[in-house]
Ligand binder design. Sequence first.
Ligand code: KIV
Length: 291
Amino acid sequence: MASERAQKVDVDALLGMKPRGDKIAMVTAYDYPTARAAEAAGVDIIFVGDSLGNTILGYADSLSVTMDDMLHHTKAVARARARALLLVDMPFLSFQVSPEATVRNGGRFLGEAGADAVKLEGAKHLEAVERLVSAGIPVVGHLGYTPQFTHVLAHGHVQAKTLPQATQLCRDAQRLAEAGCFAVVLEYVPMRLAELLTQALPIPTIGIGSGPGCDGQVLVLADLLGLEPELHLKHAKRYAEVGAQMEEAIRCYADEVRAGAFPAAEHAAAGLEDEELTLERVREMAAGAAE
Ligand code: KIV
């Protein structure tokens, strides 16, 4: 069992989990410490999502996230990754370009940044999926609520709420699988539809806000950790209150600095205990150094 857990997760390992009913655990991470924690916790997929924009970089949404932003953060995550598969979002407009530019952009995540696979939002770019896969770049699809399409999506988060919309979503999922995607994220898809589509599809589904019937789950780390205390999302269970704890810890530190309670001697560098150091002597030393 221990050696099974230590084995690197690859596309075949994830595909093999579906028929066994083994659930896939995926979480976002954006830098070395968060990736190290996700790796130590033993998740199957560490995902550098373009949620980087709003959760880490302070952008208004994910549309402002650039290739450079994603590459920079993926490299940091890759330094901590050991066993998990490292998946990266292709940012807005990085795969709606020429086939050559799409492959070049996707390839940079594997070749330069150390990722194992890329994720593409929407189902309009099947050719991009095929090109990437045939260039040796594994691809995950993303359907339902797709934040990069926020300006053209049906209003509200939940998608595919009518039968025609559900039919379209099922067709899109099947087409993504046929184009070569090895998994598909289903975001805010009605629970019953997500469960049955999961049974119908040959590839794993990874749900977010789509219920327990998916083959795996993904959460945005900031939501899971409660990094934004005032943000309460229906789909995201909060496993900690890190945002509130972080603020409290920094407040205690600032209070102790102002009160002279921090640092104590035990926090300071030792040395020169045997020398006779007086203020006069230090003044002379400083004067000599200035000459
Ligand atoms: O960018 C992201 O974090 C995502 C998840 C919500 C799946 O796409």
